[in-house]
Design a protein. Sequence first.
Length: 206
Amino acid sequence: MTRGRLITIEGLDGAGKTTLASGLEGVLAARGLDVRLLREPGGVAAAERVRELVKDPALHIGARAEALLYAAARAQLVEEAIEPLLESGSWVLLDRFVDSSLAYQGAGRKLGIEEVRAINEFATGGLRPDRTLLLVLEPDLGRSRSRSRAEPVDRLEAEGDDFFGRIAAAYRELAGQDGGRIRVIDATKPADEVLASALRELADLI
């Protein structure tokens, strides 16, 4: 059986990752692919418990502990869901993966991108996406979009402008280093145009 594909969607909060993931799921399924949509942190029961911890604005969680919690949730998701799905031939659409930790904890929390990469290499067993769709927009726009949602602000969303500026810069750096895997998409465009751009960037894999 042909191994499935792992497609990850990255970007700042408010970039439209969830909207794009849902759109891709529908289009790819209509083309006859077995598609599973998962999110990070979460996707399986143990990782969803970790999600509750790292999102809770009432908790104080140190930067290193935060990075390790994300890696732990990721390890469980890879073992319990992602690897079995890929082995069965399914396509996995994943809302965030290792690049999020490199940008948010490595750059945003100033832990160091290579330091955070190392713990995630261990957590995932070296699993790498077949393609990463990076939705880019200015941090101010992303934050205004996030604040317009009905959900309460979580721990990360409550951080300041400098934090999100470092994250945006890190994403640009990562895309520059790995342009074959990471494809940059303008997240300021309407949702249908973003979806069309994403499909073009996946065309060689479909």
